[in-house]
Write a protein that binds this ligand. Structure first.
Ligand SMILES: [Zn+2]
Length: 327
């Protein structure tokens, strides 16, 4: 009888080896991506007030940190840049001397095997903090796609394995794909922020990356949290445009999208557990309400179980450390 079998399995769960034997999901450092904030300049490692435990590094200071990540089995990072100078057009995003191009070169020199993904957007680089070129209070889609394509080519040339457009402009993936192909970077992957919901969980990031919009919001180009089918359509369109990896963010509030996307599409799916998710766990644990390690591992495992191939999380380093300690 089915009932008997279930009872038997439950009884046997006091044996850890047996629990491990029948476990359906395993969290491994190899699927983790650590987001990293890179600030222009040299010799600086600074705390980020809105994200306790996370730091900003100048390109020359990154290697020690990344070397520690690699020792823990985390071989992939996602770079976000903080330029020394911002302007209306976000010029530092696509400058060959820009902070991200410098960081990629530095990292690839020291760690050729490291998977380096670079976020591609303008909001960290524009004086107004919007993700694109603004005219009459509106973000100009096509002009922005041109600049995102230019930035992607600069990062690929510096050695990035993956470019990750996050601006949510229409046709940004196809624009970037043809720019990369035309410049001889056919093998550079595109990880698209396909299903990026307009979320209040991004606010600690905006402080960390200094990228809050100075007027309006991003609802014009980010998804409405009420719309699952629209999210799947966005993923589908990005795949048609040539995305190699599709992303869902935030992660915990959109596990249904991860699961649905997993059952429909066969590309790798990245779930991005965003800054607000990190800070909720951090703050509640600092207050003594929850156990940081247990909650972070539990939530990360649930994201994997939902169907994520790749987990981008500010807890990547810690999770890898905890997994190593358990072994
Ligand atoms: Zn942006």
């Amino acid at each position: 009888m089915i009932e008997n079998k279930n009872t038997r399995l439950r009884r046997l769960r006091k044996n850890k080896a047996l629990r491990d034997l029948i476990a359906e999901t395993e969290l491994s450092p190899r699927i983790l991506v650590q987001p990293v904030f890179v600030v222009d300049g040299s010799g600086i490692i600074e705390d980020i007030q809105s994200m306790p435990g996370i730091k900003r590094y100048t390109p020359d200071k990154l290697t020690d940190y990344v070397s520690d990540l690699i020792k823990l089995g985390v071989n992939s990072i996602l770079l976000f840049g903080l330029p020394s100078r911002k302007d209306e057009f976000g010029s530092e995003a696509y400058s060959k001397e820009g902070v991200i191009a410098k960081a990629i070169k530095e990292l690839k020199n020291s760690f050729p095997e490291l998977v380096v993904a670079a976020d591609v957007c303008l909001c960290e680089y524009t004086s107004h903090g919007h993700c694109g070129i603004v005219s009459d209070g509106m973000v100009m889609n096509d002009k922005t796609v041109e600049l995102l394509s230019k930035a992607s080519t600069v990062y690929a040339e510096a050695g990035a394995d993956i470019v990750a457009p996050s601006a949510m402009m229409d046709h940004q993936v196809s624009g970037i794909r043809s720019a990369l192909d035309n410049s001889g970077f056919e093998d550079t992957l595109i990880m698209s922020y396909s299903a990026k919901f307009a979320s209040s969980l991004y606010s600690p990031f905006r402080c960390a990356a200094d990228s809050s919009p100075s007027f309006g919001d991003r609802k014009q180009y980010q998804l409405d949290i009420r719309n699952a089918r629209e999210a799947l359509r966005e993923i589908y369109l990005d795949i048609l445009e040539g995305a190699d990896i599709v992303m869902v963010k935030p992660a915990i509030s959109n596990l249904d999208i991860v699961t649905k996307a997993r059952s429909i599409f066969d590309l790798p799916i990245a779930a991005y557990s965003v800054s607000g998710e990190y800070c909720m766990i951090k703050a509640a644990s600092v207050a003594g309400f929850i156990n940081e390690r247990e909650v972070a591992l539990e939530l990360a495992t649930s994201i994997k179980r939902a169907g994520a191939t790749i987990l981008i999380t500010y807890y990547a380093e810690k999770i890898a450390q905890w997994i190593q300690e358990e072994e």
